[in-house]
Design a protein around this ligand. Structure first.
Ligand code: SAH
Ligand code: SF4
Length: 377
């Protein structure tokens, strides 16, 4: 089996080259070809000795997950579906905005954490993605999107930001995630600033500390409730790492973070977590954590059992947070027409654990909840 070089960050690639009796600068050259130029064919890496190119063609490969589909939404959002084998697919969404282009990538096939309002969580867990499958989403999307035409072929990349907000819990796949993050930051690869790479977590406290040490990038924490009682139901990992521990972990993370605030994500669920009292309780909860809030209108999926809060409710909720001194934005829902919105990412996943959709105290169907997205070709 050829070794997939997309599995290595710079350090890993240098070590692998050393095992082959090759110098570190060769690893650097190959890294640049693969990630800066998006080249997957060793024979095209023209400044590398022919003998090495031939050797690489037999021992190594550049194998991103193959593209199953690539759909463009009316609002410019573009959704890719990638094949990660065994009839599993993961989704990657590109969101163009005036001043940036954000790629939302997946970290796992499915998710084991079963948040009550999340389509991915409802589908159960299949497996962690490899580093090659995580970085391969960026590799593929960069190739598909190219560079800014205003700047010609050597211009700025269209993808300026990466968020780990697709399928899966990134911090539950720590060992594959970190080399992928390092490649995103590496000047010989994607060269993104730490502030433009965001990991979103449901709050796996020990892994937040490890991330701060290993590769501090911007952090978003999925909060969704102001009290342990409610959060235990909505985000079941809260039973293991309750709010007081989560807030303390956020404070510790900020010592290392490239930004001086944590982003709290908060999905607005009609009649569940969207009252004035909830907003006031949030102000109290986060009083010692420099933060911003990003309110996410709930994106429905079949048999979710939840409804989106009315726009007026979201405005009122936001105004309480703002009056309390917290910068608060409300996420625009994009890519609705292609099921590319948050929490609708649910490429067909074979649930190894055969978990059925268990509800966390909310009315849902007990099994066979249909995926928001099926495999297309
Ligand atoms: N597992 C990580 C990252 C992926 S989910 C996490 O939970 O943070 C990315 C964001 O989408 C999270 O804030 C998640 O709570 C939110 N989300 C999940 N389902 C949603 C839905 N149906 N509507 C709106 N947001 C949703
Ligand atoms: Fe997993 Fe995040 Fe969905 Fe929760 S919200 S089930 S952690 S992907």
């Amino acid at each position: 089996m050829p070794v997939n070089l997309l599995d290595f960050d710079a350090e890993g690639l240098t070590a692998w080259f050393a095992e082959q009796g090759e110098k570190p600068f060769r690893a650097r050259q190959v890294l640049r070809w693969m990630h800066q130029r998006g080249e997957g064919d060793f024979s095209a890496m023209t400044d590398i000795a022919k003998s090495l190119r031939e050797k690489l063609q037999t021992t190594a490969a550049v194998s991103p997950p193959p593209t199953i589909s690539d759909k463009l939404s009316d609002d410019g959002t573009r959704k890719f579906l990638f094949d990660v084998g065994n009839r599993n697919a993961v989704e990657t969404v590109f969101i163009p905005e005036d001043d940036r282009g954000t790629l939302c990538i997946s970290s796992q096939a499915g998710c084991a954490l079963e948040c009550a309002f999340c389509s991915t969580g409802r589908q159960g867990f299949n497996r962690n993605l490899t580093t090659a499958e995580i970085i391969g989403q960026l590799w593929q999307a960069n190739r598909a999107l190219g560079r800014d035409p205003a700047n010609g072929s050597s211009g700025e990349r269209i993808i300026s930001n990466v968020v780990l907000m697709g399928m899966g819990e990134p911090l539950a796949n720590f060992d594959s995630l970190v080399p992928a993050l390092r490649l995103m930051l590496d000047d010989n690869a994607y060269g993104l600033s730490r502030r433009r790479v965001t990991v979103s977590t449901s709050g796996i406290v020990p892994a937040m500390d490890r991330l701060a040490e290993a590769c501090p990038v911007a952090l978003a924490v999925s909060l969704h409730a102001p009290t342990d009682g409610l959060r235990d139901k909505l985000v079941p990992i809260n039973r293991k790492y309750p709010l007081a521990e989560l807030m303390a972990a956020c404070q510790r993370y900020l010592v290392y973070a490239p930004r001086d605030f944590i982003t709290f994500e908060y999905v607005m669920l009609d009649g569940v977590n969207d009252s004035d009292a909830d907003a006031r309780a949030l102000l109290h909860l986060v009083r010692d954590v420099p933060c911003k809030f990003n309110l996410i209108p709930f994106n429905p999926f079949p048999a979710s059992g939840f409804h989106r809060s009315p726009a007026e409710r979201v405005r009122r909720f936001a105004s309480i947070l703002i009056e309390g001194g917290i910068v608060t934005t409300t996420r625009k829902t994009r890519g609705d027409d292609i099921d590319a919105a948050c929490g609708q990412l649910a490429g067909k996943v074979q649930d190894k654990s055969r978990r059925i959709a268990r509800s966390a105290g909310f009315a849902t169907e007990s099994a066979g909840i249909s995926a928001g997205v099926e495999l297309h070709s």
